[in-house]
Design a protein around this ligand. Structure first.
Ligand SMILES: [Fe+2]
Ligand SMILES: [Fe+2]
Length: 295
């Protein structure tokens, strides 16, 4: 059974890697029109970009700790190595935009980046590889959504947008969506071979899920509030664009997850910038949706 699962992971990795090599590689210096950076872009955008880049800075922890956990799974380990390369471009690109746009100085950025790793270290939120596969599936889709909505926010700005940042966010989002796809397919393999254990883990991880920003990044609550107010990411977006689409894609109903013990009744706050989901009626969302989830 285990060998069959590992064979599938390796097949999926080869498929992922081939597509990445054929169609998705991009060059930080050549593929982003840096000459079209708009220095008048909203300062809020710079704050959000800095916040996202800060979370991407913990790459050494993410890569090292996950790789160590799944080192005997060739499909997942080789994927993780490739994932690390792709993720490494994200923080570099975001930092580059902050400096080229004049929103931050180069020395200021370097000092900030170094201080992050001095102050905190990311730890694995789950100690079982199947649970980590589920966790990373959720996290990558949430990450994609953060970048995608930031791109939409910039493009709707009356100040004329920022073609360089839009392009950068487009490329980064494509990477994040593809990461999500890899993990989602992996979770489906687990569902096929180990259905009961996987359902139990899905319930558990959704209940516990929170992304590391809150503990890793100083002053995160304030940053999260800005992100939520701008309509980029908050409980509403998590529910409608992450949680429910994942359940649908896995062919699971909320009832099935709830029967396994998941979810609790919470109310979406009325002060959300977006319309409340159900005019104040109570709806089921997992407790994880109540806290901000990082890119
Ligand atoms: Fe990323
Ligand atoms: Fe990613």
């Amino acid at each position: 059974m285990k060998a069959a699962i590992e064979d599938r992971f390796f097949e999926q990795y080869l498929e992922y890697f081939k597509l990445a090599e054929d169609r998705r590689r991009w060059n930080l210096w050549k593929d982003i029109p840096w000459e079209s950076v708009n220095p008048d872009t909203d300062d809020l955008v710079a704050d959000v970009v800095e916040a996202f880049s800060a979370v991407e800075m913990f790459l050494p922890d993410y890569t090292a700790k996950i790789l160590q956990m799944i080192r005997k799974s060739r499909g997942r380990a080789w994927f993780q190595a490739n994932w690390g390369y792709e993720e490494s471009k994200h923080s570099l690109t975001l930092a580059e935009w902050l400096v080229v746009s004049g929103k931050r100085t180069e020395s200021g950025m370097r000092a900030y980046e170094n201080s992050l790793l001095d102050n905190a270290e990311w730890e694995l939120p789950f100690d079982h590889p199947r649970q980590m596969m589920i966790y990373t599936m959720i996290q990558e889709l949430a990450t994609w959504l953060n970048y995608w909505n930031l791109k939409a926010y910039i493009e709707s700005d009356e100040r004329g947008g920022d073609p360089a940042l839009s392009r950068a966010l487009h490329l980064i989002s494509a990477d994040e969506k593809t990461h999500y796809n890899f993990f989602r397919k992996g979770v489906k393999v687990f569902m096929e071979y180990e259905p009961e254990e996987t359902l139990k883990d899905l319930r558990f991880v959704f209940e516990q899920f929170s992304m590391p920003a809150q503990t890793l990044i100083p002053g995160w609550d304030e940053k999260a509030e800005k992100i939520r107010k701008a309509g980029i990411y908050g409980p509403r977006q998590y529910l409608t664009k992450v949680y429910l689409p994942i359940l649908k894609d896995l062919n699971l109903t909320r009832k099935e997850l709830e029967t396994a013990g998941a979810s609790e009744v919470v109310e979406i706050a009325h002060d959300e910038k977006d319309q409340p989901i159900s005019n104040g009626r109570k709806i089921f969302i997992p407790s994880s949706a109540k806290s901000y989830n990082k890119p």
